[in-house]
Write a protein that binds this ligand. Sequence first.
Ligand SMILES: Nc1ncnc2c1ncn2[C@@H]1O[C@H](COP(=O)(O)OP(=O)(O)OP(=O)(O)O)[C@@H](O)[C@H]1O
Length: 275
Amino acid sequence: MKDLVIDREEDPGNKTSQRTDVSTSRTILNVRHLDIGFGDKHVIQDVNLAMPTGSIVSLIGPTGSGKTTFLRSVNRLNDKVSGFWTKGSINLLDQEVLSKEIDLLELRRQVGMLFQRPNPFPMSIKDNVLAGIKAHKMAPRAAYKEIVQDALEKVGLWKAVYDRLDDSPFRLSGGQQQLLCLARSLAVQPKVLLLDEPTSALDPISVEAVENLFSKLVPEITFIVVTHSLAQAKRISDYTMFFFDGKLMESGVTSEIFENPQMPETQFYISGRIG
Ligand SMILES: Nc1ncnc2c1ncn2[C@@H]1O[C@H](COP(=O)(O)OP(=O)(O)OP(=O)(O)O)[C@@H](O)[C@H]1O
């Protein structure tokens, strides 16, 4: 099998293994020597990775290994957390995310985020979908109706809500609320969606609906998904990155990570012995 090493030259001790193939595909996210901490706590250590455009990438690893901290750094959601500091580089869509000059509003339009628990805004279903469009002044009022329908159709929610667009979203089921949040993210045409355990609060049917949607939206959107479900990582992702104790321990094509893990920590984790 072709060796897909991108980083071993930077890790002569070979304590980690990165096999994500970036030689044949365009990279959307390039992270170099990333360190993150909160005060004295060093949470992410020297992470180097590259993610190919138009793929689904799962971030897996034991609790506390730094997956969420890493994910939130990609659209600068940690900025306001007390004691937060960072070093290194996160290059996304050819811009330096960690630069002081970056336009955070625009960054967050390009890089949407979906959380574990659906978080509809306290406004109507319709206004939820339009929230980003209005904030970014992306379309004239005359286009709103079409945008709402389009986004809700994309996530398969239109038929369920077309006659109650002015109602509160909080009467929708949990799965429907998550789909609504996805529709809100999609309306502003993001290039990347960051997903932090997006289906862990959903029933199996909703999980399937959301996962199917990810597959449909790729390759226009690149998905970076933190998941505790190894079955989900296997099912949906092209690439898998294994975090352990703040380090990116191993990464590569999903089938290779699961079938032929190189690092003992990865072997332990995927066989259910750490976690
Ligand atoms: N605001 C904070 N202040 C101090 N430490 C923090 C803060 N946020 C996270 N941490 C610490 O950073 C480490 C990584 O946490 P993080 O939530 O990124 O891990 P995770 O892999 O996503 O875990 P889980 O799978 O449980 O969600 C943990 O030790 C956590 O306690």
